[in-house]
Ligand binder design. Structure first.
Ligand SMILES: *[C@@H]1O[C@H](CO)[C@@H](O)[C@H](O)[C@H]1NC(C)=O
Ligand SMILES: *[C@@H]1O[C@H](CO)[C@@H](O)[C@H](O)[C@H]1NC(C)=O
Ligand SMILES: *[C@@H]1O[C@H](CO)[C@@H](O)[C@H](O)[C@H]1NC(C)=O
Ligand SMILES: *[C@@H]1O[C@H](CO)[C@@H](O)[C@H](O)[C@H]1NC(C)=O
Ligand SMILES: *[C@@H]1O[C@H](CO)[C@@H](O)[C@H](O)[C@H]1NC(C)=O
Ligand SMILES: *[C@@H]1O[C@H](CO)[C@@H](O)[C@H](O)[C@H]1NC(C)=O
Ligand SMILES: *[C@@H]1O[C@H](CO)[C@@H](O)[C@H](O)[C@H]1NC(C)=O
Ligand SMILES: *[C@@H]1O[C@H](CO)[C@@H](O)[C@H](O)[C@H]1NC(C)=O
Ligand SMILES: *[C@@H]1O[C@H](CO)[C@@H](O)[C@H](O)[C@H]1NC(C)=O
Ligand SMILES: *[C@@H]1O[C@H](CO)[C@@H](O)[C@H](O)[C@H]1NC(C)=O
Ligand SMILES: *[C@@H]1O[C@H](CO)[C@@H](O)[C@H](O)[C@H]1NC(C)=O
Ligand SMILES: *[C@@H]1O[C@H](CO)[C@@H](O)[C@H](O)[C@H]1NC(C)=O
Length: 425
């Protein structure tokens, strides 16, 4: 009977939600954080908290939906002074849900979700064995989006906090931090769950026109990457680092959808990659920025020996299926060794191993990080791989020349013999 009624109420709930959904009045809270006249964070969302707490005879779990009466707490901030921008929503008798954000030049994300719940509130937590406000937080929240875009996730997603003692289930989320206007940007970053739903339900319809979503990198090997043309310019506008190369990232990360580690090969698309960087006396850095990928190459110059090399590679990637953003670097590399004033060239594919599970494959590479004059590459120094490849035609050529020589000698000897055997008339 209990089972029946539970199932029954579930059905009613689903029907009710469906009706609400059709009418377009699914409960969603709209909140914003302002400082002066500028809005920095705005969110429309539905959320429900599932909280486990102790009673004298065991544990109880309650479900607490975020009510319409929830308000923006005074500890919300737009950041600054070393503080992260943060949205704190308070509701009921001293309960709260806080999201704080971090960003790099092209992405922002929720880096901390904190739930505060008042166990003294005996209406919400009957027979709780403890009182006072408990606070639990997590840094693993899968909410990230491109700067100047709205994060959109209509699907439900659950964030687990404090060893499963609290689960926060979000749905119908539209949210933006680091805003430049007062309204949510029409350009959206659509969460992975919604992308899956879209492809399942409407396999032929494309994403909304306003979407800033980039297509998930394909799991199949993408082939040889297109060659990019990247330049770093000085403060006075002269080129100081030149690089032409095709780049492929080989990254192992934990996949959200497959719940396992996957290895993915992703080509950097030159048309969607911005290059920037810096040049100093003895160091130069090239930054390559794509919507979801930030890659940097650091070169150092030994002015005593006038030799340079690639000393560091760093990557931060927020790919759609990553269970958490990837960030890794190695600052003690020794690749692409060249001489000041000359360029380093390697037409053959080269693998630059960075970290376990992260390497970079380069194709048709030519770089010059120091001593660039007139926006042109200096004389090229070829890599060993190219020289080895060059050796093959040389060997083949030498072998052919040898063969010709042998045939010629044999012919001459043969002619001499025939001269000896048969006297010419
Ligand atoms: C906010 O806007 C009003 C009217 O546009 C203006 O008078 C006021 O100075 C602004 N305040 C700040 C802090 O910018
Ligand atoms: C949270 O979710 C996990 C995994 O789905 C579950 O095992 C746990 O019981 C949930 N906790 C609460 C308080 O609902
Ligand atoms: C806990 O104990 C109280 C009284 O002893 C009882 O009324 C209640 O049903 C018990 N709760 C559970 C979950 O067993
Ligand atoms: C927690 O709940 C109790 C009882 O409802 C209330 O008196 C107290 O003010 C609440 N604490 C906070 C921090 O709001
Ligand atoms: C975001 O928008 C602001 C103002 O429109 C602009 O200055 C900034 O460069 C943009 N940032 C990115 C990463 O597009
Ligand atoms: C989240 O932020 C709160 C408040 O600033 C802090 O106490 C907590 O340690 C943070 N949690 C994580 C996982 O970073
Ligand atoms: C949306 O993105 C397009 C292309 O990236 C850009 O031209 C446009 O200015 C963006 N709109 C807003 C409001 O940021
Ligand atoms: C690469 O950049 C150089 C210097 O800006 C330019 O002269 C050249 O035409 C570019 N090549 C391609 C293929 O874009
Ligand atoms: C530009 O600046 C670099 C050093 O920052 C200097 O070596 C170079 O001569 C300058 N070029 C011009 C045209 O001023
Ligand atoms: C993911 O895998 C782990 C162990 O491999 C398992 O315990 C967990 O339940 C899985 N989670 C999901 C959502 O499938
Ligand atoms: C620079 O090169 C010189 C000569 O090869 C060498 O002795 C010195 O250790 C190098 N310096 C650095 C910082 O590697
Ligand atoms: C990618 O890296 C793995 C090791 O992490 C390696 O086995 C594999 O061959 C690499 N694939 C490519 C295409 O470089």
């Amino acid at each position: 009977m209990a089972l029946y009624s539970k199932k029954h109420s579930q059905l009613i709930k689903i029907a009710f939600m469906a009706i609400l959904g059709c009418v377009g009045v699914v409960q969603a809270l709209t909140v914003e954080v302002k400082e002066g006249n500028t809005t920095c964070i705005k969110a429309e969302l539905s959320a429900s908290l599932s909280i486990m707490y102790s009673t004298n005879n065991g544990t109880e779990t309650v479900s607490v939906p975020l009510p319409d009466s929830a308000t923006v707490g005074s500890s919300s901030t737009c950041g600054g002074d070393g503080r992260a921008p943060s949205l704190v929503v308070t509701f009921g008798n001293g309960h709260s849900l806080a999201l704080s954000f971090s960003s790099n030049s092209n992405q922002y994300r929720v880096n901390n979700l904190t739930v505060g719940y008042n166990l003294s509130d005996s209406v919400t937590f009957p027979a709780s064995s403890t009182t006072g406000v408990a606070s639990l937080s997590t840094a693993s929240v899968e909410i990230s989006a491109g700067i100047n875009t709205t994060y959109r996730c209509l699907s439900t997603s659950t964030v687990t906090v404090g060893e499963s003692r609290v689960n926060v289930t979000f749905s119908n989320v539209r949210m933006e931090a680091y805003m430049t206007g007062t309204d949510l940007s029409p350009n959206e970053t659509i969460c992975t769950a919604d992308q899956t739903v879209t492809t399942e339900v409407h396999p032929t319809t494309s994403a909304p026109k306003t979407s800033a979503m980039t297509v998930a990198p394909s799991p199949s090997p993408p082939g040889t990457p297109e060659r990019g043309n990247y330049t770093v310019t000085n403060s006075n506008g002269t080129a100081c680092l030149l690089a032409r190369m095709g780049l492929q990232l080989n990254l192992t990360y934990s996949s959200l959808s497959q719940n396992t580690t996957v290895q993915q090969i992703v080509n950097l698309l030159p048309t969607q990659t911005k290059s920037t960087g810096s040049c100093d006396q003895n160091s130069a850095t090239l930054w390559l920025l794509e919507e979801r990928t930030n890659l940097s190459f650091s070169f150092v110059l030994n002015s005593t020996s006038s030799k340079y090399h690639l000393s560091g590679i760093s990557l931060s990637a927020v790919w759609p299926d990553m269970s958490e953003p990837f960030s890794g670097s190695n600052g003690s590399l020794d690749y692409l060794r060249g001489t000041l004033g000359r360029s380093y060239m390697c037409s053959a594919e080269q693998t630059l191993f960075v970290l376990t599970g992260f390497s970079v494959n380069t194709f048709q590479l030519q770089v010059q990080p120091f001593g660039v004059s007139g926006e042109q590459f200096g004389a090229a120094e070829e890599c060993q791989l190219d020289e080895d490849n060059m050796l093959i035609p040389i060997i083949v050529g030498a072998a052919l020349a040898g063969l010709v020589l042998i045939v010629l000698i044999a012919y001459l000897i043969g002619r001499k013999r025939s001269h000896a055997g048969y006297q010419t008339i």
